[in-house]
Design a protein around this ligand. Structure first.
Ligand SMILES: NC(=O)c1ccc[n+]([C@@H]2O[C@H](COP(=O)([O-])OP(=O)(O)OC[C@H]3O[C@@H](n4cnc5c(N)ncnc54)[C@H](OP(=O)(O)O)[C@@H]3O)[C@@H](O)[C@H]2O)c1
Length: 256
């Protein structure tokens, strides 16, 4: 039996239909692979297709920052999958600036749209079907940076903080309908987006050397470290988990 199989040897997400945002690379692509391995049908999206979109997934080009993008994606999911049982909000990120006052208005809005409102809009379009079926699993991907907000990223961390608060509230709202909503909070993970952002930050502030960061478990995260946590949360193994925030960061999160 593999971790994706249940006790009777069937793949644990067989028959489930999943939508994963931002699955063309990094953490999202790893999540798509894990869900496919577990037997789910998977539709994923990004603004453009790449060679790293996992084989076996349906790819739909969409920009999740807009209401129109969310609506197009929900319609594509309905058309190709016939509905969504598992929804993973992974697309996210933001460009760092010298300080909070250097962040232009449009990038505050962009950060909110991508890291927070995209989830709100897509959830509002896809949860009515889940309510009718009285089942569904939603995962929001946040960031450990919320716990230590720094000036260059306040647009990003404020949006992710809003996402965490919303995720907890949505979990309570939807629990009576058998829908589970959880958050996964990654620490520093080696992905194309993560590396590019850290390089931009280092160029802005040479004193801020992110390579100095000490991860207690001794290494940066891999996309699969996060994907395994997402797989667990959407599986029946997590059937009594909702409103939780699973921090996956090698022990880096400031506690106490
Ligand atoms: N890597 C880390 O260290 C780290 C740490 C904490 C939290 N996180 C969070 O984990 C998630 C994934 O991060 P990652 O490092 O894997 O990022 P990544 O390598 O930049 O990948 C991001 C994915 O999202 C897609 N995307 C970006 N903007 C989009 C938009 N407007 N509409 C649709 N798709 C969009 C990208 O494709 P296109 O650009 O082609 O659209 C790509 O597929 C994000 O929410 C991020 O905030 C990452």
């Amino acid at each position: 039996m593999t971790t994706s199989e249940n006790a009777s040897g069937t793949r644990e997400l067989a028959g489930k239909r999943a939508l994963v945002t931002g699955g063309s690379r990094g953490i999202g692509a790893a999540v798509v692979r894990r869900l496919l391995d577990a037997g789910a049908e998977v539709l994923t999206t990004a603004r453009s297709a790449t060679s790293t979109v996992p084989e076996g997934a349906v790819f739909v080009e969409a920009d999740v920052r807009t209401r129109a993008g969310a609506e197009a994606l929900a319609a594509a999911a309905q058309e190709t999958l016939g509905g969504v049982d598992i929804l993973v909000h992974n697309a996210g990120g933001a460009r760092p600036h010298k300080g909070s006052s250097a962040i232009p208005d449009e990038e505050w809005q962009d950060a909110l749209d991508l890291n927070y409102l995209a989830s709100v809009r897509l959830d509002s379009l896809l949860t009515p079907g889940m309510r009718e079926r009285r089942s569904g699993m939603i995962v929001h991907v946040s960031s450990a940076a919320v716990a230590t907000p720094v000036a260059p990223f306040l647009h990003y961390t404020a949006a992710k903080a809003a996402l965490e608060n919303y995720s907890r509230g949505l979990a309570l709202e939807l629990a009576p309908f058998g829908i589970r909503v959880n958050t996964v909070t990654p620490g520093r993970v080696a992905t194309p987006g993560g590396e590019a952002t850290r390089e931009q930050w280092a160029r802005l502030d040479a004193a801020q050397d992110q390579n100095e960061t000490v991860v207690p478990l001794g290494r940066d995260g891999r996309p699969d470290d996060i994907a395994h946590a997402v797989l667990f949360l959407v599986s029946d193994r997590a059937s009594w988990l909702t409103g939780s925030n699973l921090i996956v960061d090698g022990g880096e999160f400031p506690r106490g």
